[in-house]
Every structure is written in C-alpha cells, then in structure tokens.
Design a protein around this ligand. Structure first.
Ligand code: ADP
Length: 405
C-alpha cells in the first residue's frame, strides 16, 4: 500500500513540538509533506535559533512515529527525509532515514543522493482507482518539455521541474525520451544502478524523490544511438507504456530537441496536459523555440509556458551578468500568447550538480548564486503547477455537460 500525504500528516499529529509546544502539525511547524509509494519527506519550520541536535531529535521522533504506525498498518516505509527550513525558506538541517524500525533498532541512514542502488519499487498500487484515461491510467498530468534546438538546457529544466514538483509534495515521474542523447543517467547519478524489469515491466529508478526512466539505461553506454522512425516510435512507446509508474501526479517527458518523430508518437499515444518550451535569451534561440511551439500547436498540445534558461550568469559573489541578453523569452511568450514560467540563471552549481548527478543540491544552495538558483527553480515548479491546474480546469470546462430534462 502506498504512503499518502494524509497518512504522514496524521502520524505527525502524534509528535510533540518541543520548540513551539503542541504537536508538529497544530504548532504550524509542518510546512509540506511529500509521499510516493514507500517514500516520504517532510519540511518543517526550524523555529528561531533551534540547535542542530534539537532538530535531529525532532526528526528522529517524527521518523519513529511514522515508521511505527506504518509497520502497525502493514505499510512499507523505505525512506524518510526531514528538512528544516528557516523563515526565509533556507534549509538549515536535513535528516535522512531509511528502512523500517524493528524492536530496539535505531533508524539506519539513507545512502547519499544518487548513490543508491536501484531496487524494484515495492507496493506499486496497481489496484488503485485509475486517475486518468489512456495507456497511463494512474498518471494525472503528463507534461512534455521541448526545445527548438539542443544545448539550451531542456533536460536540465525537465529534471529540475520534476524534482521541484516532487519537493512541493507531488508524486512525480520523469521519462527521458531524448533518445538521441539521453542525459538523465548522468544528471540523476544512475551509473551504478541496473535497470530492473519485474513481471515484464520496467521498474523506474527512485532517485531524488522522483521515479525516473531513461533510454540511456537500456542501451550500451558507448554505442551510438541511431534510431530510424519505427524504432524511435517503438522505443518511446515502450518507455512510456511498459514502465511501472504506479500513481503519479505528474509525468514529465524530456523530449529530444527539435520537431521530430518522438513528439508525434507521444501526441498520438498519450493524452498530454500540455508542454513547456525551453529557450535561451538570444534571438536565434527564440526563432527555434517559436518553431517548437508551432509543433506543439500543430499536435494539439496546449503550451503551459515558456522557460528562459541561462538568462544571466550569477557569479559566486551574487552579481549577475547578462551574457546572452535579457527578457527575450518573456517577450516571445507574450507574442505567442502563452504564459512565461520564469527564468533560470546560469550558475556553476547547476552544471556541477548535473555532472555529479545530484539535482537535489540545486534546491539546497546556501551561497548567493545557489540561493538565486533555488528560488528560480522553486518558482518555476510553482508556476508550472498553477498552469497545469488551469489547463485541467479548461479541459474539464470543455467537456460536454449532460443535461437531463
Ligand atoms: P539540452 O537538453 O537542451 O541539450 P542540457 O540540459 O543537457 O541541454 O544542458 C547542456 C549543458 O548545459 C549541461 O552541461 C548542463 O549542466 C548545462 N546547463 C544547462 N542549464 C544550465 C544553467 N542554467 N546553468 C549552468 N549550466 C547549465
């Protein structure tokens, strides 16, 4: 049985808050909860001047309570993360726990991000009521991320949107459909892990709070990926439809750059909530992005928004340098009549974290540039969430209404 946000929240009503009194929920300390299959994470307000040992103790109590009740209910808890933030939202302490508690046993720490070996995900909720229609009935929102050309940071944005949405408490999947140059094995740190297949279904990797699948783990590392139309079509359909996604609030699809076969296959086989177009501020990049937007329009996929990546370089000193100009993508979005979701600066840390396979670190920056990156990514995820909700309302409104007279 999958853990749910409500379950975790109700467990935390039984954990006293030594800083503010009452329990962690009624004291207002609990800011958000994320639960997906057998994994849960919570964010708590650290309160004024709380020392690390106090925070660690609260985290331990929270973990013990959730683990105990889960065990009693016959539910599995494989990982529990408690993040404490200050009033400005900066992370001041993180505690990670793995596994269930057995009598007298203290919680064992989780492996570091990106280094965990892949295990088939237990508890896939196959019997649950389907969330949507089509070949992925458990997936509520499918969102494609595309770009007019390669190298603009499309995969980086897709990944950080996925992690950002997961950190907002959603169950999120990421499908790396960039079959010509899959970058997720590196960006998610999947190198030491094996692709598992269980009962004929691909088991997604559970990393950084999301479930991910990538063509990069299904082909030989060094082999050039030469796909012809039908092969590309088959590869995409297999990844999308033969993966045990379970229940997801969002499935983010990282498309190959340009306007090709895969987007067509995707549009034919899945019902999308919409697409996100990524571009950089230069005029030439925008021309390509307009073409990508045109493709989504032609395929009948609504555009949820445009993201400007590499909008300015933020140095370690916090100063910003507008290398490629500024605001071009926003103007382009206005001209296209689609929302502008936000701008992500060029930072050393984003590139380093991508190469290290640790996107979670993009959301934990403490230095000037890291904080700006975190704020940009958090706001991007929040804006996408709003646009997806609006798109769902529009689709709902467009449905015929049955009138009985
Ligand atoms: P695409 O999917 O469009 O080909 P990627 O997401 O693979 O692009 O990004 C290309 C390279 O640029 C990667 O090394 C990535 O880490 C880096 N990169 C992307 N966006 C940023 C950014 N905002 N700041 C720093 N490096 C970035």
């Amino acid at each position: 049985m999958s853990l749910t946000k409500d379950f975790v929240t109700s467990c935390l009503t039984g954990v006293p808050d030594p800083i503010r009194g009452k329990d962690l929920v009624s004291s207002g300390a609990l800011l958000w909860v994320s639960a997906c299959d057998t994994y849960a994470s919570v964010r708590l307000n650290a309160g004024p001047q709380a020392a690390a040992p106090v925070l660690q103790q609260i985290a331990q109590l929270a973990h013990s309570k959730v683990a105990q009740i889960a065990q009693r209910n016959g539910q599995q808890l494989d990982s529990f993360i408690v993040e404490f933030v200050d009033d400005a939202g900066g992370v001041v302490h993180t505690a990670k726990f793995g596994g269930m508690l057995s009598a007298g046993e203290s919680p064992k720490p989780s492996p570091p991000p990106g280094s965990a070996g892949h295990e088939p995900i237990p508890g896939l909720n196959k019997s649950a009521k389907p969330a949507g229609a089509g070949p992925l009935p458990g997936v509520r929102n499918i969102i494609a991320v595309g770009a007019g050309k390669g190298g603009v940071g499309k995969s980086s944005i897709a990944l950080n949107l996925a992690v950002g949405l997961a950190r907002r408490g959603h169950a999120v999947g990421l499908l790396d459909a960039d079959i010509y140059g899959p970058s997720m094995p590196t960006m998610l740190g999947l190198a030491p892990m094996e692709q598992a297949v269980l009962a004929g279904r691909l088991q997604p990797f559970y990393v950084h709070g999301i479930k991910a699948i990538t063509i990069g783990k299904l082909v030989d590392d060094g082999r050039p990926l030469i796909w012809r139309g039908p092969m590309a079509h088959g590869a995409f359909k297999q990844l999308a439809e033969q993966t045990a996604w379970g229940e997801l609030d969002y499935l983010i699809i990282d498309l190959p750059p340009g306007t090709g076969d895969i987007a067509l296959t995707m549009a034919q086989s899945l019902t999308l909530s919409g697409a996100v177009v990524v571009c950089t501020p230069q005029k030439v990049a925008q021309d390509d992005a307009v073409r990508a937007a045109g493709m989504f329009k032609q395929l009948g996929i609504p555009i949820l928004g445009v993201v400007e990546n590499m909008s300015a370089f933020i140095g370690d000193d916090g100063k910003s340098y507008e290398i490629f100009g500024k605001g071009g993508a926003e103007v382009m979005a206005q001209k296209l009549g689609v929302p502008f979701l936000g701008a992500v600066p060029i930072t050393m840390s984003l590139r380093e974290n991508s190469d290290k396979g640790d996107p979670t670190a993009n959301f934990e920056g403490q230095q000037a540039a890291g904080v700006r990156l975190r704020e940009a990514l958090e706001s991007l995820a929040a804006n996408l969430e709003s646009q997806a909700a609006l798109a769902a309302m529009r689709t709902g409104a467009a449905r015929p209404v049955l009138t009985i007279t």
